[in-house]
Design a protein around this ligand. Structure first.
Ligand code: NAD
Length: 483
């Protein structure tokens, strides 16, 4: 990286300090150590970034699709070259195990590669007219200046999932990353610069004051599009505020995924799958299975297998060999885990494994929580009602398909769902009835840069990745031509 750590604001191709000179600390959640400082941007910095994006828009939206694609293709190659360094930074700043960080960087690069190709496929259509002397054609054009607001849990891939289609479509952007992970954003923007992205096309405002920067982005009539990934609570506030200037919006919000194991499934395979996806990123994933429903005939085998898998998980600092569970992001997250476990225990759940805060020997981090298995969970428990976002697997037996589908749908959220069955009819019938944006059938990872990611209901609006991903950054213009 070429810039000082406290020059983490990127405007018009220049790395700079916040106009007010303020900085904020960035910590390693595993050790509690301060690993760097970021510039604490405010409204003035944000206004400067918006102005830079506005100035860069005519040239970038006027560049050929092939020029835009070439930048993204170079960025993809650079990200794969820098994979190890980016992953190491991510592990320090966010806490996830190095192997998971390596996987995330590859996933992040996939969006650069995918949208490098999609840039070249933005075309319109011709439409027959009812009049003999008229022709219709459509053009698809860049929406304009984009505000991108991203979370800490996937601190690089959530950036490329937004910036790559924006760049491909010819938009210019102002990125505001999460205050917990500004350094990953700095490294990502530097990579785009090194790939040849012209000044002003992607601007970055790091800040510890998200509402202040967010308000400037949302109130600006220059910003034509909001793309946000984060909690449902914040997403609702931002969408409402974006309404005042009628911005395009796409928001990827919280989830509360059901994981249903039918009586004909292999309970051992299903439990292994549940263990893998549940504890990924220490449970801090929007598609994490929060409510595991297992047919009563398989229940004991499933719970016993999951218990064994959990016993094999090692908690610690993500850069150490064999670690699969890192720290949670902060104290608030640990308090939420403790509250969900206490509530479940009081209401009659069995704590089969874990359930406690952990202090890992030799590490100063205070946000470790043991991987937890709760059995006999009921719908009234907090863990059934609110997004967990941590390492708690909550398991409930069921008897009947209609009952389990009703329970699975009994949530305001609608992001991911999982179904385990060997019966094709059950798979199709149940998938059709689940009110979720993504369903994994005997599959714990229904995600790819090539596939549309997104939710329904309180899980969001719009899709990222896939053929749909670039549409969010394009407006359709109709041209009627009299002949
Ligand atoms: P969060 O909503 O607290 O923060 C997300 C982003 O919003 C951060 O950059 C934060 O600084 C910013 N922010 C907060 N208040 C703001 C305001 N008033 N104005 C402007 N920006 C503001 O969420 P989080 O805790 O960082 O992330 C976890 C949440 O994200 C979970 O609910 C998770 O399910 C969700 N998530 C969803 C997806 C998805 O694709 N659906 C992916 C990852 C995470």
């Amino acid at each position: 990286m070429t810039q000082e750590p406290a020059h983490t604001i990127h405007v018009d191709g220049e790395w700079r300090a916040a106009e007010g000179g303020a900085t904020f600390p960035v910590t390693d959640p595993a050790t509690g150590e301060v690993i760097g400082r970021a510039s604490d941007g405010d409204r003035a910095d944000t206004a400067a970034a918006i102005a830079a994006a506005e100035r860069a828009l005519p040239a970038w939206s006027g560049a050929t699709a092939y020029e835009r694609a070439a930048v993204l293709a170079r960025a993809d190659a650079l990200m794969r070259e820098r994979r190890r360094d980016l992953a190491a930074l991510m592990t320090r700043e966010q806490g996830k195990p190095l192997k998971a960080a390596m996987n995330e960087v590859a996933y992040a690069a996939d969006f650069l590669a995918w949208f490098a190709e999609e840039a070249k496929r933005v075309g319109g259509v011709t439409i027959p007219s009812a009049r003999a002397d008229q022709r219709f054609v459509t053009m698809r054009q860049a929406v304009g200046v984009v505000a991108a607001i991203t979370p800490w849990n996937y601190p690089i891939s959530m950036l490329t999932r937004k910036l790559a289609p924006a760049v491909a479509a010819g938009c210019t952007s102002v990125l505001k990353p999460a205050e917990q992970t500004p350094l990953c954003a700095v490294a990502t923007v530097q990579l785009l610069v090194d790939a040849g992205l012209p000044a002003g096309v992607v601007n970055l405002v790091t800040t510890s004051r998200p509402a202040e920067v967010g308000d400037e982005l949302l109130d600006s009539p220059v910003v034509r599009k909001l793309t946000f990934t984060g909690s449902t609570a914040v997403g609702k506030v931002l969408v409402a505020r974006a309404g005042a200037t009628l911005k395009r919006v796409s928001v990827e919000l919280g989830g509360h995924a059901p994981f249903i194991v039918f009586g004909d499934a292999d309970p051992v395979r299903a439990a292994k799958g549940a263990a893998l996806v549940k504890f990924l990123n220490t449970g801090q994933a929007c598609i994490s299975p929060n409510r595991i429903y297992v047919h009563r005939s398989l229940y004991d085998t499933f719970v016993a297998t999951l218990e064994q898998r959990i016993a094999a998980l090692r908690v610690g600092r993500g850069d150490q060999e064999g670690i699969s569970i890192g720290p949670l992001i902060d104290e608030r997250a640990v308090a939420k885990m403790a509250a969900q476990v206490d509530d479940a225990r009081t209401r009659g759940a069995r704590v089969v494994a874990g359930g406690e805060r952990l202090q890992v020997e030799g590490l100063g981090g205070t946000t470790f929580f043991s991987p937890t298995l709760l059995a006999d969970v009921t719908p009234d428990m907090l863990v059934s009602r609110e997004e967990t976002f941590g390492p708690i697997a909550a398991v409930t037996p069921f008897d009947d398909e209609d009952e389990v589908v009703a329970r699975a749908n009994d949530t305001e959220y609608g992001l991911a769902a999982y179904v385990y069955t060997n019966d094709l009819s059950t798979a199709i019938r149940v998938t059709e009835k689940l009110r979720f944006g993504m369903v994994g059938v005997n599959d714990i990872n229904p995600t790819s840069a090539a596939a549309p990611f997104g939710g329904v209901k309180a899980s969001g609006l719009g899709r990222e990745g896939g053929y749909e991903g670039i549409d969010e950054y394009l407006d359709t213009k109709l041209v009627g031509i009299a002949t």
